[in-house]
Ligand binder design. Sequence first.
Ligand code: COS
Length: 378
Amino acid sequence: MILDQQYEEFREKVREFAANQVCPRASELDRKDEFPWDLVKKMAEMELLALYVPKKYGGAGRDVLTYAIAVEEVGRVCGSTGIFLAAHSSLGVFPIYVSGTEEQKQKFLIPLARGEKIGSFGLTEPNAGSDAAGTQTTAIRVDDTYLVNGTKRFITSGSVADIIVFTATKDPKLGYPGISAFIVEKGTPGFSAGKQEDKLGLRGSITSELVFEDCKIPKENLLGKEGEGFKVFMETLDSGRISIGALALGIAQGAFDSSVTFVRSNTTHGRPLRKSQLIQSMIAEMGTEIEAARLLVYQAAMLKDKGLPFTKEAAMAKYYASTAGMKAADMAISIHGLYGITKEYPVERFLRDEKLMEIGEGTSEIQKIVIARKILGK
Ligand code: COS
């Protein structure tokens, strides 16, 4: 797909950064479970951490399509760095940008957008994943504070984040109308990061628990109105799904790039691999489906940039890009043969990283519910 020159120039800039600085670190980050502090700093210097946020709030003043391109290009070489970028921008920055008061924007959004602080989003709990309204973490108003108790799980960047948006309910029996969104800062008494997950993929990104034990959150840290937390995070997830679609697309493109290089430079049965019709078939399927995923991701981003409804399109983009991405990563391993399951090539890492795209920010099954409801009505 050809985009306007400004987007292609931006893509070139990020692609160069990804090739020269992210790619050489990718395998090591995965192998050592190492969080990419150095790359976070560089992305902040390049103003990649809040691309669609206006400059007055510390962002780059660009748009969502530009952001999707950045995530795609970083993800093309390193899923772990890509998920950091997506989670920080979509889950840390976004809810404060759309639902924060001016004071909250000054205090929290600006340092997040500039990359001086790391952001995260605490929604999922041991028993509230797809059933996001099943939040058990409680927030009880006591004078000028909310007393919070509960545990969040599977939180991207949880233990490294400085500023975390999270949800809690005044009574779990109330369902979604009882849920509110809050902001908590690292170091707040009663708030700590719990155990870190040992994951299949995205091993260079941190996924941890967040634990609240009689944690007092000042009333000024309520994000949006009381009881509107569900809406805040549904809107956050709508936008986040564009970036997960973009990351799924980038990882798939990385697997495809490696496959094309491999096919061009190897032979089988004394003939170039590229002459094999079985290989051609796989390359054609991967190439076509990756391009279709790109169209869906960019369409969702463009709709959002135009201020048009994009919930269905974001769910379609995430669902399709992660499904096509898993297929592409799997085919990439088949194309590489036994080399594909070794660390000599990046495709086994791409397969492990891509699997997470089908699950995080709403499973494929959830995306299908969202899409079907938009088509058929609830
Ligand atoms: N944007 C804004 N508001 C939304 C919304 C959206 N995309 N989707 C729903 N809402 C609102 C509804 O309008 C409704 O409010 P009103 O009663 O005032 O109209 C309210 O939220 C409840 O909506 P609904 O009844 O559809 O809620 P459900 O519990 O049926 O939601 C799904 C079902 C599956 C859509 C939801 O639970 C979901 O997305 N789950 C997945 C969560 C997820 O992705 N978790 C992973 C997190 S990783 S960070």
